[in-house]
Design a protein around this ligand. Structure first.
Ligand SMILES: [Ca+2]
Ligand SMILES: [Ca+2]
Ligand SMILES: [Ca+2]
Length: 842
């Protein structure tokens, strides 16, 4: 979807008016204020409310290509956290005549409305807040206008407040005070982000500086911004004092008792004269096998002039460098904000160490060799997955990743609980347990969901399914991990004589089967009961105190026998019954029982028993329940159920059933079912393959249409969570399609997804896979060690996040945006399937 933009009429006039000077900020036809190097966005991205303050909404500034400022809004605390209330946008008016943007904001809970008007004033914008009714009394002195600055782009840089020099702190070390809890503005759904340790008081940061004019980063022209507020004090805060994902916050408290225009700021972001964004030369950091297409995609500023040639340089054995190929750079065209060009160096096939040269840009080096893809999955299988094993201590060399978490087990979630991680316990428990009663036996097996530590049952089912697919398709005997369920201990890089995949399947199944046996059906999730330990970072064994909760004790008090405490930190099982989920579990249990039959016969037998019971009960429940909500659940995934059953039993009736389900879906939405259809090819006859052929031709047309859609030729997502998983699944499907229909789906297509994953993509050219990809994998991820600005090897980032209306990004100095940096257990096991499928298709 390449987009064309035209300079609006008013902007063209302005350009004529001030020829000698840099042009002023103007409202462009994408409804944001723009001059070269500066984009000021006004609620192009409103607060979505999905996870509340996602730190990517409100008034935002993309400053020399980096989105360094966001969160411009009326807020109710000095440094809002993720679960503080966010305003709903009630209106947004873009006035192209006056060139200003107005948004209405509302806090429903407080019946509090405000309007923000942003008007361009030369090289600055004026931000004004209007109130039709005064600030509600309970919020007087609390409500203010806030604007947030990205810490990793401002720390260690200087600032001047009313001329007084100072420096943004590298680490959160400013001053705080405490206030009584009664004065705390309500947080999301009434939850609390903090554990007050029984003091009855919450912490509030104190300002770093106060004044009327702040100049941020005068020492760094690309980051320099001047903010002036003549009437009301500007206060600068460090949001990291309360939460590691906090930003630097500039704010002014709204005056009490006033209406009309109550606040005016002038914000002037500096633009470096003549600035042109440095070209981003995208290529595979993993390197290339000799006979594959090798095409670098060069992302360029629209004002940049495309150079006619680029070169491939070879690093020789004596360390010298020699140009081995020079060729044309061909313009592809525009895609959102930038223009793109391609450099094809496929003709170079000799093994060796190379780098690319385009103008002044020299990339890091990469390898051409038949072996480059040999180890693309081992960081994920040997490191990321075992570190995410729940209910185990996980050790690596001298380092303990985490101790054994959740020793006290899981309590029945009370009915009608609306949870902060988007879960829900219905009006009944659907179990034999009383609210908050201990459900025995659930603290075993399972995998942490993602950057958090809950067991998402649906994801864990997918994990076991993915691992079974890996085992049955590729028979990986790899053994690099010691797993002792008896010792509850995992040691990385210590072979123990058992293929790791079998142990990983067993570990997932131990939790899932326990759920079925103890609860009677599958839980939705095993998750945190209190928000103040949900956002835990670091060693999972410290999330709860490991002691059973006893409400007769006071919080923080321990029983005489040391086995229980009065701290209500135990995890909960959310047990509302979902027969669709039970059916998915039944399918996976059947498959697991066949895989584990020799290795762990008793678990295999338990799995089979639960599979039969769940299938029978869930089918009856679904038949009895005529509401469309329940019937639609899991309906789609069930196409593969009869295929699984056929593989398990060899009974032909299941293959017939599979085809009965498959073809109507292929007719309606072929893209959704094509990979399942390909999975069945080995089990069916030539007639089946022939019937698939027209769909494969459609699929080829789809693949080719992606080459028109964007310069990378992969399906790029524009949702609130970047589309990495979608790209990985596309990669698996393309490989399978090429395997069975090489005459329709050419081999050249299988290299697009590895290219994208390992560095050939917009924004930067780093590999999305942690520690995988030659010289420049991404360095920071949203894992449970994100507070250390680090990664867990083998994690796959969602990748390229789209911000409306035309900005893609992936921060590699700031891990805390999950939509671009958080890998998940289901996604990463999906990457293992892609990696193995790709390597076996090569
Ligand atoms: Ca979760
Ligand atoms: Ca092993
Ligand atoms: Ca506890």
């Amino acid at each position: 979807m390449s987009m064309k933009r035209f300079l609006p009429f008013a902007a063209a006039l302005l350009l004529f008016a001030c020829k000698a000077e840099a042009p002023d900020l103007v409202l462009n036809d994408l409804s944001y204020f723009e001059r070269q190097g500066v984009n000021v966005l006004v609620y192009s991205n409103p607060f979505s409310g999905g996870f509340n303050d996602e730190k990517d909404s409100g008034i935002e500034i993309v400053h020399h290509g980096v989105r360094t400022v966001q969160g411009g809004a009326v807020r109710l605390s000095v440094t809002p956290e993720q679960w503080d209330l966010v305003p709903t946008m009630t209106s947004r008016t873009v006035d192209s005549l006056s060139g200003c943007i107005e948004v209405g904001l509302r806090y429903e809970w407080y019946d509090f409305d405000s309007r923000i008007v942003v008007t361009p004033k030369g090289k600055a914008v004026e931000i004004s807040v209007f109130l039709d009714k005064p600030v509600p009394e309970t919020l007087a002195g609390e409500a203010g206008f806030n604007l947030e600055f990205l810490p990793s782009q401002y720390w260690n840089k200087a600032y001047l407040m009313d001329g007084r020099p100072n420096r943004f702190p590298r680490y959160a070390v400013s001053d705080t005070r405490t206030r009584p809890n009664e004065e705390k503005v309500r947080q999301f759904k009434g939850y609390r982000t903090y554990d007050d340790r029984g003091t009855g008081r919450f912490v509030e940061p104190l300002p770093l500086e106060t004044g009327h004019e702040i100049l941020l980063a005068p020492d760094t022209p690309e980051r320099m911004i001047k903010v002036t507020s003549e009437e009301i004090d500007l206060q600068l805060y460090d949001g990291r004092m309360l939460a590691q994902n906090g930003w630097f916050v500039l704010r002014s408290v709204l005056p009490a008792g006033q209406t009309g225009k109550v606040l005016t700021w002038t914000v002037e972001p500096n633009a470096v004269p003549g600035w042109i964004r440095e070209p981003n030369v995208g290529f595979s950091q993993m390197g290339y096998v000799p006979d594959q297409p090798k095409v670098a995609v060069i992302e360029l500023d629209r004002k940049d002039k495309v150079k006619s040639k680029a070169s491939l340089m070879k690093v020789e054995a004596d360390g010298s460098v020699k140009e081995v190929f020079s060729g044309p750079v061909r313009l592809w065209g525009d895609y959102y904000k930038y223009q793109y060009a391609k450099f094809d160096f496929s003709s170079v096939t000799e093994s060796g160490v190379y780098f690319l040269r385009y103008g002044d840009v020299e990339t890091n080096n990469f390898i051409i060799d038949p072996s480059v893809y040999d180890k693309i999955t081992v960081a994920t299988s040997d490191v990321w997955i075992p570190i995410h094993m729940n209910h185990m201590a996980v050790n690596e060399g001298y380092r303990l990743w985490h101790g054994e978490p959740f020793k006290e087990g899981y309590l029945q979630a009370p009915p009608s609980t609306d949870h902060f991680d988007l879960h829900w316990q219905g009006p009944t428990t659907d179990t034999k347990y009383k609210p908050l009663q201990l459900i025995p036996g659930l603290n075993v097996g399972g995998y942490f969901d993602a950057g958090d530590f809950d067991i998402e049952t649906g994801s864990n089912i997918s994990v076991v399914q993915n691992l079974i697919t890996l085992w049955e398709q590729f028979h990986s005997q790899r053994d690099e991990t010691f797993v002792s369920e008896e010792q509850r201990y995992v040691d990385l890089h210590r072979p123990d004589g058992v293929p790791d995949i079998l142990q990983y399947i067993e570990h997932g199944m131990l939790n899932l089967v326990a759920q079925s046996e103890q609860i009677g059906h599958m839980s939705q999730t095993l998750s945190n009961s209190v928000l103040d330990n949900y956002h835990h970072l670091g060693d999972a064994s410290g999330i709860t105190d490991g002691l059973h909760y006893d409400p007769r004790l006071k919080p923080y008090q321990k029983s005489a026998d040391g086995k229980s405490s009065g701290t209500p930190d135990d995890m909960w099982a959310f047990t509302s019954r979902n027969p669709g989920l039970d059916l998915q579990a039944a399918t996976v249990f059947a498959a697991a029982s066949r895989v584990l039959a020799d290795y762990n016969p008793s678990l295999a037998a338990r799995a089979l028993k639960e599979s039969l019971r769940l299938e029978k009960e869930a089918t009856a429940l679904m038949a009895a329940d005529t509401t469309s909500r329940r019937r639609s659940r899991g309906g789609f995934g069930n196409i593969s159920t009869p295929l699984q059953l056929y593989v398990s039993t060899g009974e032909k009736q299941y293959l017939d059933r599979f085809q009965e389900l498959l073809w109507p879906v292929m007719e309606r939405m072929p893209m959704a079912a094509i990979n399942v259809a390909l999975d069945a090819v080995p089990y069916l006859d030539d007639a089946y393959k022939e019937k698939l052929r027209p769909y494969m031709e459609q699929y080829r047309d789809y693949i080719l249409s992606l080459e028109e859609d964007n310069p990378y030729g992969v399906p790029i997502g524009t949702g609130n969570w970047a589309g990495g998983g979608q790209v990985v699944n596309f990669g698996t499907t393309v490989c399978n399609a090429h395997r069975w229909f090489p005459d329709i789906i050419g081999r050249e297509h299988i290299f697009k997804v590895p290219g994208w994953l390992f560095g050939c993509h917009p924004y930067h050219n780093y590999s999305w896979v942690a520690a995988v990809g030659a010289t420049r994998p991404k360095a920071v991820f949203y894992g449970n060690n994100r507070a250390d600005f680090s990664f867990i090897p083998g994690n796959v980032a969602p990748g390229l996040l789209f911000r409306h209306p035309d900005h893609f990004e992936n921060f590699d100095d700031w891990p805390f945006l999950w939509g671009q940096n958080e890998g998940t257990i289901a996604g990463n096991t999906g990457y293992l399937i892609f990696g193995e499928t790709f390597r076996n298709t090569l």
